[in-house]
Design a protein around this ligand. Structure first.
Ligand code: IVH
Length: 668
């Protein structure tokens, strides 16, 4: 009976791994998403019923967990070096010539590849299984990010086929495909979070997140380009990479063996154009000597291999006329200068506007009225002004001056302490600041009020129906329906959305208040540490900085915020309107000292209670929560999808791992 089940589970795992490979590596799924989900559900169900067959490498574990823990650092077995850069076909030809000179009388084959623009990763495999993933770090040592890497579905956890060395390392680039990058930035723009400048920053930022469920959601991918080990199957790079492709790795189709300088030149010319069609960002090409023996003979300089070189694509640049500089006011009052340009085509999109960031940048670029400006996109998706064409400056053109009054309300601007930014101090009367705060409040990650976007908020403000966020709770469907472009259905939807927002948990309410420097993560920490708004409002800077991850700048900002009577008034009116002003209470009767002196790490997802409730239960019973497993951990409270790296660590240190039922029994 058990044998049968194990067989069933194994065959489902194999089948699902195969479909993951088809989908994520070959981009050629053979079943529908729905059929795939059904297979996964069947496996999940079997694993739930027969936990004795659980395996941290099962495809069901590839959704990530929200466990936070710092990253462990390890030394690289072989240093992770960088590549020498070249910027022209001639320089690449010189490189090929140099290799030939150093290998007299030998035929030198060169392999051309894409230079993926992400963040490098080193993956270690033993007996066909991924055992560790390490970031480049400083080249000598890196962060162990296995839990996050596991969420990248194109990276095989268990290799396919045969012929892999018992132990080997494979290096590659973790990238964020353009579609995922654009989705992420659109979401961040909506939530008024800072945008990632390019997919590279987004990929490296994501890989270093502590919440692997969020990593999983963001849709990273990985291309592998370098196999290392003592028992590689072939004596050349190209065939080794083809073998790696057979084992399940994503190896770019652009990889090609090139004979002679002419083929190298052709390859460059082709990819200079064709790369624009690729689903991921690339910043150049890489040329490598194919033979491993020749690589060994050529060796390394202190910083890079002599057998490989990068060719960097030129950033695309356009020249266009400045129409005018506008000054825009954000929800925090900071003024952003924006260059409004004659529309110009750049890397496939039309550019009309580019941020000039702050006064210092305008000064450095020395921009005058109607100047012809250079706009670049390079690796940056956001267009950037990089210079002025002085030869076409109109005689007598005046330099662009930063405004000294707020373009929206006319208030005299003030300099932000220690920064290049100017801000409008008129927080309570300046319309874009007011509507900006209301738009933030209703945002998806904050109060998630359906039916209210930027435009409607502006309309309601114009109509005098809302002056601050608390006014939202007084909106009447009948009155709303009288507004232009608003029917009774939309009005009803808004009122319902406002009503539903009364259930939004306290930590998101804290985020929604628009306290400067208090984002989503900080809000969670504050809400958990304070428990309710009255405690938060009464805390001193000193008490606030005692909370994990709250630094002096944030503490100061919170104290300043609640010192303003208008803000306290909004909080009171929100409280009266029924908005959550405290964390959910756990039954006091559950209190005990059964866990006194015990340090507990929570990992995975649970069915009976949420993670926050388990955290509260541990504390209520006298225990202490910790984010990462160490010798001091007494036990791990594990739900489903506990990360394999965590499990391995717990096992290594001999720390008991207990399930939620056992835990609840323990504190009963
Ligand atoms: S080979 C010892 N191949 O570029 C040589 N690197 O500037 C190891 N990169 O740190 C690197 N695509 O993160 C190699 N096809 C490719 C690459 C590539 C992107 C990155 C990698 C490396 C950096 C060097």
């Amino acid at each position: 009976m058990n044998d049968d089940i194990q067989k069933q589970i194994n065959s489902l795992r194999e089948e699902i791994n195969g479909h993951n490979h088809n989908y994520y590596v070959l981009n050629a799924p053979v079943i529908s998403d729905r059929e795939f989900d059904e297979l996964l559900k069947r496996l999940e169900e079997l694993e739930r019923r027969y936990p004795e067959f659980d395996d941290p490498y099962s495809p069901t574990h590839r959704v990530g967990s929200d466990l936070s823990a710092g990253f462990e650092q390890v030394a690289h077995e072989r240093r992770m070096l960088s590549l020498g850069n070249t910027y022209s076909v001639e320089e690449v030809d010189d490189f090929v010539g140099r290799c030939r000179d150093l290998l007299p009388g030998e035929d030198v084959e060169i392999v051309g590849e894409m230079k993926f623009d992400g963040t490098s990763i080193s993956l270690h495999y033993e007996d066909g299984r991924l055992v560790r993933a390490v970031t480049r770090g400083d080249g000598e040592k890196g962060d162990v990010v296995t839990d996050n890497i596991i969420t990248i579905k194109s990276i095989p956890l268990q290799l396919k086929g045969s012929g892999w060395p018992r132990r080997f390392e494979i290096r590659g680039e973790v990238v964020m495909p353009w579609t995922a990058f654009e989705r992420l930035n659109a979401e961040r723009a909506f939530n008024e979070e800072p945008l990632f400048a390019n997919p590279r920053n987004a990929a490296s930022g994501t890989l270093k997140m502590l919440n692997s469920a969020e990593v999983a959601r963001r849709g990273l991918d990985a291309y592998l380009y370098y196999l290392l080990g003592d028992e590689l199957p072939y004596d050349n790079h190209y065939q080794n990479m083809l073998a790696a492709r057979q084992w399940g790795f994503k190896v770019s189709d652009a990889m090609k063996v090139l004979h002679g300088i002419d083929e190298v030149d052709q390859y460059i010319r082709y990819w200079d154009m064709a790369r624009k069609e690729l689903p991921v960002a690339t910043d150049g090409l890489v040329f490598k000597v194919n033979s491993l023996r020749q690589q060994l003979n050529l060796g390394f300089t202190a910083k890079s291999p002599r057998w490989a070189i990068a060719y960097k694509f030129k950033a695309e640049r356009a020249l266009t006329r400045l129409r005018y500089v506008s000054f825009e006011v954000g929800r925090s009052g900071v003024i952003t200068p924006v260059a409004n340009l004659d529309p110009v085509q750049l890397s496939g999109t039309v550019v009309k506007r580019a941020s000039l960031h702050n006064e210092d940048i305008i000064r450095q670029l020395d921009i005058h009225q109607s100047d012809m400006l250079y706009v670049e996109k390079g690796g940056e998706i956001i267009p950037k002004i990089t210079g002025v064409d002085l030869s076409s400056r109109e005689p007598g053109a005046a330099p662009v001056e930063f405004v000294d009054r707020c373009p929206a309300c006319g208030a005299k601007l003030e300099k932000v302490d220690g920064e290049a930014a100017w801000m409008c101090p008129n927080k309570w009367e300046c319309p874009p600041q007011i509507t900006g705060r209301i738009e933030h409040f209703v945002g998806r990650q904050m109060m998630n009020i359906d039916g209210l976007g930027g435009e409607t908020v502006g309309q309601l403000y114009q109509a005098g129906m809302i002056r601050d966020v608390a006014d939202l709770y007084t909106l009447d469907a009948g009155e709303l329906a009288l507004l232009e472009r608003m029917g009774p259905r939309s009005a009803e939807r808004i009122v319902q959305g406002v009503a539903d927002s009364r259930q939004v948990p306290f930590d998101r309410v804290v985020f929604a208040l628009s306290i400067p420097y208090v984002g989503g993560t900080v809000s969670k920490k504050l809400a958990r540490a304070c428990g309710d708004i009255d405690t938060l409002m009464s805390m001193s800077e000193e008490q606030l900085t005692a909370i994990e991850d709250i630094g002096p700048r944030i503490a100061r900002s919170i104290v300043d915020y609640f010192a303003v009577p208008g803000n306290r008034d909004i909080v009171e009116r929100l409280r009266e309107a029924g908005v959550q002003m405290s964390m959910p209470k756990v039954d006091e009767a559950l209190q005990s000292d059964k866990l006194a002196g015990k340090t507990v790490v929570i990992s995975g997802t649970f069915t009976h209670h949420s993670r926050d409730e388990y955290k509260a239960l541990i504390e209520l019973n006298g225990g202490k929560n910790s984010g990462s497993i160490s010798k001091k951990t007494d036990f791990v409270l594990a739900g489903e999808n506990m990360g394999p790296a965590k499990l391995e660590k717990a096992e290594k240190l001999g720390i008991p791992v207990i399930g939620e039922d056992e835990f609840l029994d323990m504190i009963k």
